[in-house]
Design a protein around this ligand. Structure first.
Ligand code: PBE
Length: 267
């Protein structure tokens, strides 16, 4: 119904994020699977570049198509909507899962238990991420733990304290995982663990946990976003289940744009 060609208006470009992100791979799949995206390109540089482009276009009420996800603060700061995805390339709501290396349960039963029990909600994570616009993640994590010691107790209760035992968690570099990892680090520290957090690309998170270089991670997004990495390594990792439910990924646009579906984009 609209006479404006969205493709032309955005130069047939999806404003993406880091090349190593799972959502970058999903978006390449979307470009191959949707006729409406034939001839489109994904500009994948960085999350910061995507957000700054979004801010500029949004302030001018210009069209933009981004790779979006929750938990993230952008849906709180901008009026955005996900485009319908009838081919289910990005999938339904996802789980962010916790994984551990083989043998962690035997080597560090307390840490394993804390990792296994750790879970919070989409709302917890998103209010954390909004706070983290003003402060650094470690500060917000400490405040979150101070304000939610009851939840932390549910994860650490009955776990035996250790004296500085070292544990390394791999994470991806996005704020959602920097947040969950910072919270888990503080919970583990309450039981005497000496925690190192190592941010790496998603593929490396799975590799590191599978080969034992890292002890665990709270960063995997499943089943779609990191599904290909998971499948490659599932026989060599322990899946401790979701730590957050209702995560989302997809193509997103400002609500002032008059389209609803990926199929409304034009080649
Ligand atoms: N994300 C946020 C990441 C995982 C966390 C959706 C941008 C990705 O790999 O796509």
């Amino acid at each position: 119904e609209s006479s404006v060609n969205v493709g032309e208006a955005v130069d047939y470009t999806i404003t993406g994020i880091e090349p190593g992100a799972g959502i970058t791979e999903s978006t390449s799949n979307a470009i191959s699977e949707y006729d409406s995206l034939s001839g489109w390109e994904q500009n994948s540089s960085s999350t910061a570049a995507m957000l700054s482009e979004l801010r500029t276009r949004y302030e001018n009420e210009e069209p933009i198509v981004i790779t979006g996800w929750n938990p993230h603060y952008k849906f709180a700061q901008f009026d955005l909507k996900y485009l319908e995805d009838p081919q289910n390339v990005y999938g339904e709501a996802e789980e962010i899962r916790t994984i551990a290396r083989m043998g962690l349960e035997e080597d560090m039963p307390g840490a394993y238990k804390i990792l296994d029990r750790f879970q919070w909600t989409l709302e917890d994570s998103e209010s954390f991420l909004l706070e983290a616009q003003e402060k650094d993640i470690e500060t917000v994590a400490q405040e979150w733990v101070d304000n939610n010691q009851g939840k932390v107790d549910e994860w650490i209760n009955g776990v035996e304290s250790v004296d500085g035992k070292e544990i390394e968690l791999a994470l991806t570099p996005w704020d959602s995982e920097r947040a969950s990892s910072a919270v888990v680090k503080l919970a583990l520290e309450q039981k005497g663990y000496d925690v190192t957090l190592t941010p790496v690309d998603p593929s490396v998170v799975f590799e590191a946990v599978a080969n034992g270089d890292a002890d665990g991670s709270t960063a995997p997004w499943m089943p779609k976003t990191h599904g290909s990495f998971y499948e490659e390594h599932e026989d060599n990792i322990v899946d401790l289940g979701p730590n957050l439910e209702g995560a989302l990924t997809g193509l997103a646009v400002p609500t002032y744009m008059d389209i609803e579906s990926i199929e409304d984009l034009q080649p």
